[in-house]
Design a binder for this molecule. Structure first.
Ligand code: 13P
Ligand code: SF4
Length: 336
């Protein structure tokens, strides 16, 4: 497929503009969503960065790998994806015959947006001897230009599945790529993309916080910049961070990732203290503005009206599916 067809064959969402509809304030949204799940044989998949109410009504909550694995095996007729666009797109790539709806079609991702397919294709074509490993936080157009997809849970295992001498391009997250280079001893060529949420943490404020909480461990997502990762006691995906908080014996943690994950951490460890890592300024910039577009009301409406729904060009879908299947296969072999 050439650059032209990738840029024009982007997947899109069909929206009937229900956002103007005023809901009855008396409506019990929790009960109404449960009812719709039964009526429509629908499953709600939610990322850990969703607001607590959404996590509580979800049938499955997870990191990007867990969500892709659930999307692959679900027998529901409708997948309600409470996350961002690239996640719902991945679910559609794996389930072309199912209806995949998202609560808000504007829930994008700064990291995914930092890597437009036509530019990336030019970059890839300049390095024909490299294989392309792409982080799942990218569009279907980028997936279709990749040899294998990774998430923060399996990136190390998948990169290590290539021979040491294999040249690799890693896109789009330069911070995750640099960390994988460090832990694998590779020298992958990195695309210059980053997540707006994970780039915001202040090294200086975290250092000051550590003085006030000397026993607190810093746990960080690998999308954070290197100076933060250097200070971290543990680095992992959202699922990795949650598991660490359950198995580690400290009582206090400074959490350098999006704040949504704290809901599960507190639920799993009611007697431990979790402090969101402070951002560089006074805004709540460690709340992802894209993830947080979703609300319980929008979940209810997208289920009721079955819109916005993900649609995708079939040629693009088939090309994007191959590297996802490869990721799922290697992950299963590795027991992930
Ligand atoms: P994981 O949940 O896979 O760690 O990814 C984090 C993220 O930024 C998703 O947008
Ligand atoms: Fe994208 Fe970052 Fe938001 Fe995740 S947290 S969806 S990587 S902008």
């Amino acid at each position: 497929m050439n650059t032209q067809s990738f840029s024009s064959a982007v997947s899109n969402v069909e929206s009937k503009g229900f956002l103007d509809i005023e809901l009855d304030p008396e409506l019990d949204l929790f009960a109404a969503i449960e009812q719709l799940k039964k009526e429509k044989n629908a499953v709600v998949l939610a990322h850990y960065y969703q607001e607590p109410d959404i996590q509580d009504i979800a049938d499955y909550i997870g990191d990007s790998l867990g969500l892709a694995q659930q999307a692959e095996k679900t027998e529901a007729d409708m997948i309600v994806f409470a996350g961002v666009h690239f996640m719902a797109e991945t679910a559609k790539i794996l389930n072309p015959a199912k209806k995949v709806v998202i609560p808000d079609f504007k829930a994008g991702c700064s990291l995914s947006d930092s890597c437009p397919p036509p530019l990336f294709k030019t970059f890839r074509d300049q390095h024909p001897d490299h294989v392309v490993v792409s982080y799942i936080n990218c569009s279907a157009g980028i997936k279709a230009l990749s040899d294998v997809i990774v998430t923060s849970s399996n990136a190390k295992v998948i990169v290590e599945s290539f021979p040491k001498e294999q040249k690799i391009i890693f896109a789009p997250d330069k911070n995750l790529g640099a960390w994988i280079n460090k832990v694998t001893g590779r020298n992958m060529l990195l695309w210059n993309g980053a997540c707006q949420v994970h780039e915001i943490f202040s090294q200086e404020k975290i250092s000051r916080l550590k003085i006030r909480h000397p026993k607190a461990k810093l746990i960080a997502h690998p999308e954070c910049e290197e100076p933060i990762l250097k200070m971290a006691d543990y680095i992992g995906s959202t699922t990795g961070l949650l598991k660490f908080s359950q198995t580690d014996d400290s009582q206090e943690y400074i959490v350098a990732t999006e704040t949504g994950i704290l809901h599960q951490m507190i639920k799993a460890n009611p007697f431990k203290t979790f402090i969101p890592a402070p951002p560089d300024n006074s805004c709540a910039c460690n709340d992802c503005p894209h993830m947080k577009r979703n609300t319980l009301e929008k979940i209810y409406l997208c289920m009721k009206y079955e819109t916005p729904a993900i649609h995708m060009d079939e040629t693009l879908r088939l090309a994007a599916r191959k590297p996802i299947d490869r990721m799922l296969e290697i992950s299963a072999q590795a027991g992930l």
